[in-house]
Design a protein around this ligand. Structure first.
Ligand SMILES: Cc1cc2nc3c(=O)[nH]c(=O)nc-3n(C[C@H](O)[C@H](O)[C@H](O)COP(=O)(O)OP(=O)(O)OC[C@H]3O[C@@H](n4cnc5c(N)ncnc54)[C@H](O)[C@@H]3O)c2cc1C
Length: 432
């Protein structure tokens, strides 16, 4: 178990004016950009891969460095929200994600003992999105497809595995990224900009000097995947269900192959105790008692933080995804928010590479940092409060509010617009 704690290579970008001054790019955009605008991306998680694809599609060369020797296939996020699927359509991967995944047209809040409190129906988003459902599809499946896509564009996309970034800095000519390669050799890569998509421990965030204030959720989150079909025990359960309880809340998510159950676990236990088969069996039997033991295929335990970087950029150094913000998984907003960052950031970066002023990039921070603070953190913390509030009157108030929301068509749709993250994308468009 692991608890989550927390130019061509060597090519100099010699002439900043090539990126910021007006040029005849419309006549030959790719040719002009290739020589001068290599963008260095640290981290081949979903955010780094999406950013790489968007830049390469715009004809901008990227060097993507990844510390791991290959893309991980461990179980992390699996929820894709409607607008994220709308965005990913341009890569031609969504049909395959749907084929490998499971469409979830509804999701529920339930009381662990009393049953359904509120069922949200995503078809109320008709006309707002091409995908009126959450898609459950393990994030590594998207990663694999984007990686394949980049491999097919090797003239512009250089991908270096087993290459760990240790520091990044700006120079008069661009940026320099210190890395250690597979054979232990240290090297300095040069480019026009550097995007840190290097996750929670981001080296790029530290190089920017941004604080990462917030809190650490006290409980450990333990995810167990099981072949047991929870519909046998709870016939009215939706594919995604948040089960509230004053002593032990949990979440059940159905994927195409297994159900994933997420439980809070006492953080004072040792790593071995948290992921022991006995603990998993006890938790699952508590959730849905049965005479046979549960077959558990995966166990993942991790610490969860709610943090937002104090700054998302410094000059030509930028951060996105978990490098910039982390939150609890109750609502599936971390991965989705990171992908939305990648789209927002690269749109501005492409404009800057094509001649817009460097200042254009600061709008990325104004827009996306606000979403992380005002939407993602607030929603995920409220979801946790709905699940674990102990005081009976407060729990009842949450339930009453949810019931009123689903019973009122306008409120129901408004809630879905916010929780599916469509609203945040529209709201930030008005931020200059
Ligand atoms: C164990 C675990 C379980 C999770 N479960 C859920 C869940 O159930 N639901 C949910 O919504 N979210 C979950 N998340 C969060 C979700 O996976 C992240 O929000 C998402 O992966 C963010 O994508 P990213 O690309 O920003 O960062 P990451 O996916 O973390 O990718 C960062 C990449 O950068 C690489 N890297 C880091 N440092 C360096 C360096 N110095 N040099 C080179 N490469 C570097 C890493 O190896 C990694 O490949 C989970 C996260 C973890 C860790």
């Amino acid at each position: 178990m692991s608890l989550v704690g927390d130019a061509e290579p060597g090519h100099v970008c010699p002439d900043n004016s090539m990126m910021t001054g007006p040029r005849g790019l419309s006549r030959n955009p790719v040719g002009m950009l290739t020589m001068n605008s290599r963008i260095l991306i640290v981290g081949a998680g979903p955010v780094g891969l999406v950013a790489s694809c968007l830049l390469v599609d715009a004809g901008i060369p990227v060097t993507l460095v990844e510390a791991a020797s290959e893309l991980p296939h461990d179980l992390r996020a699996s929820t894709f929200h409607p607008p994220t699927l709308d965005m990913l359509e341009r890569f031609g991967v969504v049909d395959s994600m749907i084929a490998q995944g499971l469409k979830c047209p509804t999701w529920q809040f339930r009381d662990r003992r009393e049953g359904v409190v509120a069922t949200f129906e995503l078809d109320r988003l008709k006309g707002e999105t091409n995908h009126c459902y959450r898609l459950q599809c393990e994030q590594w499946r998207l990663g694999d497809m984007l990686h394949e896509r980049l491999k097919g564009q090797s003239d512009l996309a250089e991908i270096r595995f087993s290459t760990k970034a240790s520091a990044v800095r700006q120079t008069a000519a661009g940026v320099e990224l210190d890395v250690v390669g597979p054979d232990g050799t240290a090297e300095t890569l040069k480019g026009a900009f550097c995007i840190g998509a290097d996750g929670i421990g981001s080296v790029v965030r530290k190089s920017i000097g941004a604080a990462f204030d917030g809190l650490t959720i006290p409980e450990i989150f333990l995810t167990l995947s099981t072949t047991f079909d929870f519909r046998e025990a709870m016939p009215d359960i939706a594919n995604i269900a948040y089960l509230s309880d004053p002593t032990e809340w949990f979440v059940l998510i159905r994927t195409a192959r297994v159900w994933r159950a997420l439980f809070p676990v006492d953080p004072t236990l040792s790593d071995a105790e948290v992921t022991s088969p006995e603990r998993g069996e006890k938790l699952l039997q508590g959730a849905a008692p049965r005479s046979q033991p549960y077959e558990v295929l995966h166990r993942t335990a991790y610490r969860v933080h709610e943090r937002v970087a104090s700054s998302y950029l410094s000059g030509r150094l930028l951060i996105a995804g978990d490098a910039a913000h982390v939150n609890n998984p109750l609502g599936g907003m971390g991965l989705n928010g990171g992908i939305h960052d990648a789209f927002n950031l690269t749109e501005k970066l492409i404009a800057v590479v094509q001649g817009a002023p460097l200042e254009t990039l600061s709008r990325y921070e104004r827009q996306r940092r606000k979403v992380a603070l005002d939407v993602v953190q607030q929603t995920t913390l409220r979801n946790r409060a709905i699940l674990n509030t102990r005081e009976p009157a407060a729990r009842q108030a949450y339930y009453d509010d949810l019931r009123r929301t689903v019973d009122d068509p306008a409120a129901h749709k408004g809630y879905l617009m916010r929780t599916s993250m469509i609203q945040s994308l529209r709201d930030v468009a008005t931020i200059e």
